[in-house]
Design a protein around this ligand. Structure first.
Ligand SMILES: *[C@@H]1O[C@H](CO)[C@@H](O)[C@H](O)[C@H]1NC(C)=O
Ligand SMILES: *[C@@H]1O[C@H](CO)[C@@H](O)[C@H](O)[C@H]1NC(C)=O
Ligand SMILES: *[C@@H]1O[C@H](CO)[C@@H](O)[C@H](O)[C@H]1NC(C)=O
Ligand SMILES: *[C@@H]1O[C@H](CO)[C@@H](O)[C@H](O)[C@H]1NC(C)=O
Length: 327
């Protein structure tokens, strides 16, 4: 715990220097630096029939293999990531294996490879830049924003929110995979919010360390109460500064694409989640004993769902306990 607070306090103090207390010219310098990192932001098309993803340029013809009658999935990495990061590949590959969708990955590596505070305060401008690129592409392909699903991990979740803001909330779905916590407040205007898309779902797996407790979606899932260490991450979290738990959300999501009924979840008050979890667990662990609403977490989450949901998972893949077993 001590180490965690060091990180947060350290980041805050850096921020206080760079944002709040800095002279105006200093802030302008930082914005110029951040804007310079936007030049390489790109969107890439992946297809099971292509060896490598292809970058989508505004003037190019449609990429080979793009099928305008299929839905579009857009996947975004977080801090220190890139388009082939471990938070993107499992999700991308699961979709490609289904032959279900057009998969677009976002690369904002130049921005993501900075000090955390610099990257964090770029989520608005990266979101806008990606919004412009996607808007151009959707116009050329006759894709309606309502058919688009954007998934982002960590800072990528907040970028997804800002893309949603760019599209005025008309994107079909945004999935926030363990949205980044440090330097985000409940009311941060550049954070992911349920207003950013027609349907927003969030999965929290590293509450209080790299992720956040704050609800960001119409529906928010807290696997194993959302706190680190997630099952199987006990030692790894110590060695990797909670990264194991933080990376769990995209891994759970990727599994749900392949096995949509793996993650049965039960409705829970957010206060119960943090203080009296026993009330959320079905009696004798039999799902027939609860009158609470139950839905699947992940790809199969119903678009009309709202609220906070609890579930338990395994230590290692397959993480889901299936629909018949709660614990
Ligand atoms: C595009 O997707 C539709 C719907 O799945 C399918 O019927 C059609 O064959 C696909 N077109 C191509 C060129 O693959
Ligand atoms: C998009 O729609 C317009 C008008 O309906 C049509 O002319 C054009 O060929 C379509 N483009 C694609 C890529 O389907
Ligand atoms: C969002 O709304 C603004 C203001 O009405 C409009 O100018 C803009 O074109 C809209 N954006 C998109 C992507 O439709
Ligand atoms: C959501 O829609 C499904 C049908 O698609 C319906 O069975 C279910 O009752 C709805 N749930 C809520 C909470 O409205």
């Amino acid at each position: 715990m001590t180490r965690v607070w060091c990180l947060v306090v350290l980041s805050c103090s850096v921020i206080m220097v760079t944002r709040a207390d800095a002279p105006r010219y200093h802030q302008e310098l930082i914005r110029t630096l951040q804007t310079g990192k936007l030049e390489t932001v790109g969107i890439y098309f992946s297809s099971p029939f292509l060896k490598k993803e292809t970058r989508i340029h505004p003037e190019d013809p449609l990429p080979h293999g793009f099928n305008s009658s299929l839905p579009v999935k857009v996947v975004i990495h977080g801090w220190m990531g890139n388009k082939n990061h471990i938070t993107i590949d499992p999700v991308k590959n699961a979709y490609l294996a289904q032959l279900c969708c057009n998969v677009i990955t976002v690369n904002w590596e130049d921005g993501a490879m900075q000090n955390y505070d610099l990257s964090r305060y770029m989520v608005d401008i990266v979101g806008q830049k990606v919004g412009e690129l996607l808007h151009n592409f959707f116009t050329r392909t006759n894709i309606s924003s309502g058919d688009v699903h954007i998934l982002g991990h960590s800072l990528g979740a907040h970028i997804a929110g800002n893309i949603g803001k760019y599209f005025n909330g008309t994107i079909g779905r945004i999935t926030a995979l363990d949205p980044a916590g440090p330097l985000f407040k409940l009311k941060s205007t550049d954070a992911c919010s349920s207003k950013d898309a027609i349907f927003v779902d969030a999965i929290h797996t590293d509450v209080g360390i790299l992720g956040e407790k704050t609800r960001r979606g119409h529906v928010d899932f807290y696997p194993n109460r959302g706190f680190p260490p997630q099952p199987g991450c006990y030692l790894l979290d110590i060695l990797t500064f909670s990264t194991c738990s933080h990376l769990r959300a995209p891994l759970l999501y990727a599994e749900s694409i392949l096995l949509p009924e793996q993650f049965l979840s039960v409705e829970c008050e957010i206060s119960e989640l943090f203080t009296s979890i026993r009330k959320c667990r079905p009696k004798n662990n039999l799902i027939s004993t609860t009158k609470r609403q139950m839905i699947f977490m992940g790809e199969a989450t119903p678009k009309n769902a709202t609220g906070v949901f609890y579930l338990e998972t395994n230590n290692a893949a397959p993480y889901g306990k299936g629909k018949h077993l709660f614990v």
